[in-house]
Design a protein around this ligand. Sequence first.
Ligand SMILES: *Cc1c(COP(=O)(O)O)cnc(C)c1O
Length: 338
Amino acid sequence: MKTIDLRSDTVTRPTQAMRDVMARAEVGDDVFGDDPTVNALQEKTAALVGMEAAIFLPSGTQSNLCALMAHCGRGDEYIVGQNAHTYKYEGGGAAVLGSIQPQPIENASDGTIPLEKIRAAVKPDDAHFAVTRLIALENTIGGMVIPQAYVAEVAQFARASNLALHLDGARLFNAVVKSGKTAEELCAPFDSVSVCLSKGLGAPAGSVLCGTKVLIGRAHRIRKMLGGGMRQAGIIAAAGIHALDHHVARLAEDHANAKALADGLNEVASLKVTMPQTNIVLVDVPSAEVRALQTHLAAARVIAIVGPRTRLVTHLDVTREDLMRVVELFRQFFAKRG
Ligand SMILES: *Cc1c(COP(=O)(O)O)cnc(C)c1O
């Protein structure tokens, strides 16, 4: 029986075609800037998002941290959503390693951070306060595409307030496919963007940070300091190029699969399902059933992090048939419980 892993879109494994380009990749020492495949990936990604320069990093966490540290100095502050990955899921790196104070703000239900709350959080020029330098947004966030009109308003405010604007675009291409806008359009209001290649795009590792030449120059030094300077990294960069060439348009399949999964689960009376915009399905499971459900799924080789709010993520390695099997397992489980 096939194992179906719905914990995250990070679990995707490289396809044979991806492994083939990795095996053939031309490489050099990227710390010296000599790796032609890394350079090609950086140029390609920068062009896709309409920015001057880019730098390849081992992870999205390090990419965001490099961006924050390139924008902010010690004792500076960045404004960020309470649910944002950079704030909540990166071990507090901005504070620990960057000496940057986060100013978290409660996200609205659509994933945005309301502009009036951002405005109220910017500190006046006064010795009591940290210096506010940056606003960081995330798209998609919790699988939701944030409205571009909102992004434009925040960008206008940032510019008027002399603040930089960073996008954690780990799943930028899910937003691209869902919105029908280009990556360049979605990124135009930002000073920097971090894109993950190892989520739904299916590369084994790697993220790319894009911005101005000056910002990326600073990020280069910071990457070295954080231990992210890799040598013959072209082998993984080749996977990233392959992912950008072949795995972007197909994200639409993941979105359609998530919708089909949500529709199926929605017929189970005990569950409350939030209809997905992209590849993340949120399901409210009665607390008393959480452990038994996890065991029931695991016995049928379905791996999911089951909780009162269960997040199921579709990706390259799960098919429509797999998901129909998952729906059937949920149905069986709750039928028995009556
Ligand atoms: C996964 C993710 C990251 C971090 O990527 P890693 O490669 O796991 O470090 C950053 N931001 C968001 C929104 C993510 O989903």
